[in-house]
Structure formats: structure tokens, C-alpha cells
Design a protein around this ligand. Structure first.
Ligand code: GLU
Length: 496
């Protein structure tokens, strides 16, 4: 068999470490079998997908040293590799399912579906479509379609029995069909949902093994059914354990930086980060912790993946990164890395418009730029001595951290608009509002605009610095958290 695996990221935000983790295992699995590794962009959510996000995902995966054989940028026999360029293919396939009676058109309004969901919630039933439009007669459907009435296409799903899916790591997974929703396949705008596009593309792109995150297990019955409806063979499924925070909750950007851009910005070496991702749920036969991608490839066996949720532990990553810096780089190479990392021309040209007006001597550069090339700042209570009401200060920083989470894309004007709106909602003058933010972000207020600083630092590092300041100030206790969340929700901005 020609093994073909793929990674199928949706370009809706910063490149996630989880994407790199799944990409790494797909790459290893394909290479181990002399197969191919494909990158496909799943951008069917047109509202949330952006070109910047796609570019950042490709660049971050490459930075880590992950290479794909086919993809939107390198082409390949199954091009295009971007789902937004394949919508005709999905419509044709939805038609096939309609013709064969495996799918149906649904004209239900969002009001009806909302009311249905509320009823089901009140009765403590699993929310899901109730099959209302299954009963429509064919002539009626035809007339409504011809009249241009808005509708979606849903798949039929058995109401009884148990669906059994095979997983390479977990064996048989049983899910009752009654728990599986009559999934929308084609939206009212003619765009496919993830499920239809994913199955159609995995088949057309001849994917043989799907290694993906555990969060997709519940989609497997729908996918299995679609493969049956089309009369296609389903690829082997392998659901990888999710990365976790040290408290074992799912890795989330609220508790831990999740963007690859953050790790790059913090000065982790790509080899070290990739090595660390390879340690997530997997180990070398001799249990050694430090290994290269080539060594991982040479020793790879999917059976060695263990399902206990791997913890993404920053202290462990620091330890490993230090080993890579000390043991694997000559001084020459370290000099190159530093230059490439912070002192490259692009960085300088982004920074200098802000620093030039403040420079009297070239030697003013390093101190002024230091906070931009740092990780966490050595903040102390004394930095915030001007604020006597600590509770109010911590609350304001916490609100800011939450508000910054909603800024996408991370553009200067959006950052400013978000911060300004929050200051207004809190009844604070922007100057007063920004003062503690300056300290959290730059360690001083005598520096360039804090909005520009945050823009250059990136979303995750900016938020990590605010979080660091909050923690240094004693943090928000579990007891107070509810109140702080309530107060934030009452402000009327995006939900916490
Ligand atoms: N587009 C999905 C994602 O964002 C792909 C899931 C899959 O691998 O099937 O992760």
C-alpha cells in the first residue's frame, strides 16, 4: 500500500502547537512506510479563515523543519489543496448523496432550530436535528428549491443501533447512532461543512491513514457513514491524545501559550520544540529524551504512542531547549541563530521607526529594544507602587488579558480599538488605563507606544506578559474569580 497521510489545518488563528504535533506524527508515520505526507488547507469557514493565518501556519511548520510532499504552496497531483478552491467538487458529491437518498434538503429556519434546541435542553435530551424535513414530499421539495428557498443539505443517520469505529490506538470505539446528529453537509451558501469536505478530500487525495486529535472521535461515525454512502473505503483512523496543561485540562491559550509564534518569539530552537512535541505521548525505544527528527523517524512506531494525556510542560521544554543550545550549537551557529532570531533586518526595520526618534547615540538601541527581545520581564511589586488599590489593578489587568484574547487578526488598529473600548467600558481615561499595561508589557512607561510594542511582541507573548504581571501581583484567587468574571461579563464586551 502507498501510505498517504495528511494534516488539514483550518487557517482561523495563530499556528497552534497542536497542529505541529499532529503534523509531526503524520510525517513520521508516512516516512516510516515510505509514503507521502500532504498538507491541505480546510478553509471552508470563510468568515474566520484568513490568508495571514494560512501563511503563518505554513511558515511555522516549515520553521520547525516539517516538510510536506503535496500542498497549496508546493502543488501536487491532487491540486488544489485549499478547500475554498474545490467547492464545485463538494456540491457534486452532495448531489450524489441526494440522488441516492442518503441525504435530504432541510428548510428549517434558525428560529425553529433554536426553539428545538431549547426544548431538548429543557428535557435534558441530546441536542440534535429531529428529522422534521425528512417527511417532506419530493414534489414539494422540488418546488421550494426552484423557488430559491434557502436550505441546507443534511445526511441521513440511523436512529437505532450502535456504530463501531476502529481506531489504530484505541481498538473498537462504540457510539450509539442516537447520539449522532443528522449533520449538515452543505450550508445554505453552498459551502460544505468540515465533514463533507474532509471525507471527500481524504478519498480523492487517496489518504490511507488519518492521524488526528482525539477531539475528532465523535465525528468518526458520521465520516464512516459517508464513506459507506459513497461506497468508498475509509482510511484507517488514529486519534492522538490531546495535549494538556499541567493541571490536565485541555491545552488552551487561556492557561498556556499555544501559538508556535510565541515559542519562536521566546527563543526556543525549532529542533528543541519539535523534539519536545515528539515526546508528547511517544518515547524512543531507549527512552532518551533528546533526539532529532531523523532519529525519531528512524525509530518511529505508532504503537509506542501512549494514550494518557501528555502534559505540555514549559519547565520541561526549557530544560530541553537549554540542552539543545549548549550541546548542539557551535558558537558560530549560536551567533547565526541570534542574528536570525532578533537582529535580522525585518525585525530591525519594524522596530527602528519607533526607536530612531528616541535615539541620541547608537548605544541607546540595546536598552530601548531589550524588552522586545526578552521573554518574561523581571517585574516586582515596586514596579506597580503607584497603584494603591491592588484589587482594582489586578482586575483591570485580568480584563485586559481577556479582551486581548478576542483580537484577531493581531493588527495594530484592532489592538488599539479593543483596549480603548475596554477603557471606556470601565470608565477610565485611556492614559490611566494604559499606564499599568506599559509596565506589564515593557517594564516601564518611558518607552515606545505600548500598542506598537504589543503588536511587535505578538498576541501570545503580550498576553503572557500581562498574565505574568497578574501572577506577580498575587493573581486572582479562585474565590474571587467568579466575581471578576461576572464584572467582566457585565461590561458588555466579548464574553470571557
Ligand atoms: N480541519 C480540521 C482541523 O482544523 C481537520 C481535522 C481532521 O484532521 O480531520 O483540525
Amino acid at each position: 500500500m502507498n501510505v498517504r497521510t495528511r494534516i488539514a489545518p483550518s487557517p482561523t488563528g495563530d499556528p497552534h502547537v497542536g497542529t505541529a504535533y499532529i503534523a509531526l506524527f503524520n510525517l513520521c508515520f508516512a516516512r516510516q512506510h515510505g509514503g507521502k505526507f500532504i498538507l491541505r488547507i480546510e478553509d471552508t469557514d470563510q468568515q474566520r479563515s484568513t490568508d495571514e493565518s494560512e501563511a503563518a501556519i505554513l511558515a511555522s511548520l516549515r520553521w520547525l523543519g516539517l516538510e510536506w510532499d503535496e500542498g497549496p504552496d508546493v502543488g501536487g497531483p491532487h491540486a488544489p489543496y485549499r478547500q475554498s478552491e474545490r467547492s464545485g467538487i463538494y456540491r457534486q458529491h452532495a448531489d450524489i448523496l441526494l440522488e441516492r437518498g442518503h441525504a435530504f434538503r432541510c428548510f428549517c429556519t434558525s428560529e425553529r432550530l433554536d426553539a428545538l434546541r431549547r426544548e431538548q435542553q429543557a428535557a435534558q435530551q441530546t441536542p440534535g436535528y429531529d428529522g422534521h424535513c425528512l417527511a417532506l414530499d419530493a414534489a414539494d421539495v422540488e418546488r421550494r428549491v426552484a423557488a430559491g428557498e434557502s436550505h441546507v443539505v443534511r445526511m441521513k443517520v440511523p436512529r437505532e443501533g450502535v456504530c463501531v469505529v476502529q481506531d489504530m490506538l484505541r481498538g473498537e470505539i462504540s457510539i450509539e447512532w442516537s447520539q449522532v446528529d443528522m449533520q449538515v453537509l452543505l450550508k445554505a451558501d453552498g459551502m460544505p461543512t468540515y465533514h463533507l469536505a474532509n471525507v471527500v478530500d481524504d478519498h480523492l487525495m487517496e489518504i490511507t491513514h488519518v492521524l488526528r486529535g482525539e477531539e475528532w472521535i465523535n465525528s468518526a461515525p458520521k465520516h464512516m457513514l459517508l464513506y459507506q454512502y459513497f461506497g468508498w473505503q475509509m482510511p484507517a483512523l488514529c486519534h492522538m491524545p490531546l495535549l494538556r496543561n499541567p493541571d490536565k485540562s485541555k491545552l488552551s491559550k487561556r492557561k498556556n501559550p499555544t501559538s508556535i509564534l510565541y515559542y519562536r518569539r521566546m527563543g526556543y530552537l525549532p529542533e528543541a520544540l519539535l523534539n519536545y512535541l515528539g515526546r508528547m505521548g511517544w518515547s524512543m525505544p531507549d527512552e532518551r529524551e533528546k533526539f532529532t527528527l531523523a532519529e525519531m523517524l528512524a525509530n518511529f512506531a505508532i504503537e509506542r504512542v501512549s494514550l494518557g494525556g501528555p502534559v505540555f510542560d514549559l519547565a520541561k521544554l526549557d530544560w530541553l531547549n537549554a540542552l539543545w543550545i549548549r550541546e548542539n550549537l557551535s558558537l558560530d551557529q549560536l551567533a547565526d541563530r541570534l542574528q536570525e532570531w532578533a537582529l535580522n533586518r525585518d525585525n530591525l526595520l519594524q522596530l527602528l521607526p519607533h526607536l530612531q526618534p528616541r535615539m541620541e547615540r547608537l548605544s541607546d538601541f540595546a536598552p530601548a529594544a531589550a524588552f522586545l527581545a526578552s521573554g518574561m520581564l523581571p517585574l516586582t511589586e515596586a514596579h506597580f507602587a503607584a497603584w494603591t488599590d491592588r484589587d482594582a489593578l489586578v482586575r483591570q489587568l485580568q480584563f485586559t488579558q481577556w479582551r486581548l484574547e478576542s483580537v484577531t487578526p493581531w493588527e495594530r488598529d484592532r489592538i488599539f480599538a479593543a483596549v480603548k473600548a475596554l477603557a471606556e467600558e470601565m470608565g477610565l481615561k485611556i492614559r490611566d488605563f494604559l499606564a499599568p499595561l506599559f509596565i506589564a508589557i515593557a517594564g516601564t512607561s518611558a518607552t515606545i507606544s505600548v500598542i506598537d510594542s504589543m503588536h511587535m511582541l505578538g498576541s501570545d507573548l503580550s498576553r503572557a506578559r500581562v498574565r505574568h504581571a497578574i501572577e506577580m501581583l498575587g493573581g486572582v484567587s479562585k474565590k474571587k474569580l467568579k466575581d471578576v468574571e461576572k464584572a467582566y461579563a457585565a461590561l458588555g464586551g466579548p464574553p470571557a
